[in-house]
Design a protein around this ligand. Structure first.
Ligand code: ATP
Length: 306
C-alpha cells in the first residue's frame, strides 16, 4: 500500500503544482493582455519584503499623453497601517491601485515597496505579495470551496473553513444543500454582490499577503451587508499594510490616514475627524453622502410601510 501511496501522493503534489503554475500563467497572460509593454528589466530581482511599507513619490501618470490623470501624487502607507484614497468619481483612485500592481508605469516619480522601486523588480514577485479584494469578483464555474481554495492550493479544508468563517460566509455556505461542494457561477448557484465579495475576502485571508488593496464596491449594499463586509475587511486588514480605494465614504472612518484626491492631486489628508473639522472637500463629500444615505433609508421605509 505504501508503494502505491507514495506515487499517488507525489502525483497529487504534482497536480497541485501544475494547477498553481497554470493559475500563475493565467495571471501572467491577463497582465500581458493588460499591457504588453510592461516587461521585467534584464536582471530584475524578486521583491524582498521586510516590513511591507508602500510609498508613492511624486507620481505622475496619463493613459494618453494629452490627458494627465495623476499630477504628482505622494503618500506612504506605513507597515501594518491602513490608508484610504477617496475623491470624486474619475479623480484617479483606481489608477493608483493599477500602478501599484504595475499594470501601468508612472510617467515620472517612483513607487517603492520597502525601498525597492517596483519598476526594477520581477512582476511575479510583486503580485505574490499583494492581495486584492476587487469590486467585482469573478467566480469560477466550480464549487464554492474551490473558489475559496484558489487563494492557496495547499490550504487544508479546516483552513478554508476558517477563512470563510472570518469572512462571514461560512454560515451561508453551510446552509447550502451541498455545502462547500455546491457549484457556483454561470452553471450553478448565483451569488449576490455581497456574497461574492465575501468569497473574495475569504480567498485573500487564505492567501495571507503582507500588502492588501481593497477596491470597494461602488454600488450601495444594504446597511446590514455593508456592516458584515466591513467587519470582514477589518479582520483581513488587521496587521497588514492596506490601501483602500474608497468609492463610498462609510468605510474609511477607521483608516489611519485618508488621502483626498481631486483631479489627480492630493488636496487634503488626515484622519476622518481632522478632515471633517477642516470643512473642505472631504467634509462636503461626507455631508452629501450622508444626505443621500438618509434619503435612501427614508424611501425604503416608505416603501416598506406601503
Ligand atoms: P471611480 O470612483 O468612478 O471609480 P476613480 O477615481 O477610481 O473613479 P479612475 O478609474 O482612476 O477613477 O480613472 C481616472 C480617469 O482615467 C478617468 O477619467 C477615466 O476615464 C480615465 N481612465 C481610466 N482607465 C483608462 C484607460 N484604460 N484609458 C484611458 N483613460 C482611462
Amino acid at each position: 500500500l505504501v508503494q502505491l501511496y507514495i506515487p499517488l501522493n507525489f502525483m497529487g503534489m504534482l497536480y497541485r503544482e501544475i494547477k498553481q503554475a497554470l493559475i500563475d500563467i493565467d495571471d501572467m497572460f491577463r497582465i500581458i493582455e493588460q499591457n504588453p509593454e510592461i516587461q521585467d528589466k534584464p536582471g530584475a530581482k524578486p521583491l524582498e519584503i521586510k516590513q511591507a511599507v508602500v510609498r508613492f513619490e511624486d507620481v505622475h501618470f496619463s493613459y494618453i499623453p494629452e490627458r494627465p490623470i495623476l499630477k504628482g501624487v505622494s503618500f506612504e502607507v506605513p507597515a501594518g497601517h491602513t490608508v484610504a484614497i477617496v475623491g470624486p468619481s474619475g479623480a484617479g483612485k483606481s489608477t493608483i491601485s493599477r500602478l501599484l500592481f504595475r499594470f501601468y508605469e508612472p510617467t515620472s516619480g517612483r513607487i517603492l515597496i520597502d525601498g525597492q522601486n517596483i519598476a526594477d523588480i520581477q512582476q511575479t514577485s510583486l503580485r505574490k505579495v499583494i492581495g486584492m479584494v476587487p469590486q467585482d469578483t469573478v467566480l469560477f464555474n466550480d464549487t464554492i470551496g474551490y473558489n475559496i481554495q484558489y487563494g492557496r492550493w495547499d490550504a487544508s479544508p479546516e483552513e478554508v473553513r476558517e477563512a470563510a468563517r472570518l469572512a462571514q460566509i461560512d454560515r451561508f455556505i453551510s446552509n447550502l444543500p451541498e455545502g462547500y461542494d455546491t457549484p457556483v457561477g454561470e452553471r450553478g448557484l448565483k451569488l449576490s454582490g455581497g456574497e461574492k465579495q465575501r468569497v473574495a475576502i475569504a480567498r485573500t485571508i487564505l492567501k495571507g499577503p503582507p500588502i492588501l488593496v481593497l477596491d470597494e464596491a461602488t454600488s450601495a449594499l444594504d446597511t446590514f451587508t455593508e456592516k458584515e463586509i466591513q467587519d470582514a475587511l477589518d479582520r483581513v486588514s488587521r496587521g497588514r499594510t492596506t490601501l483602500v480605494i474608497a468609492h463610498r465614504l462609510s468605510t474609511v472612518i477607521g483608516a489611519d490616514e485618508i488621502i483626498v484626491l481631486d483631479h489627480g492631486r492630493v488636496v487634503e489628508r488626515g484622519n476622518h475627524t481632522s478632515l471633517l473639522a477642516l470643512g473642505g472637500v472631504y467634509a462636503s463629500m461626507w455631508n452629501r453622502q450622508r444626505e443621500a444615505d438618509q434619503a435612501r433609508e427614508t424611501l425604503k421605509r416608505a416603501e416598506e410601510e406601503e
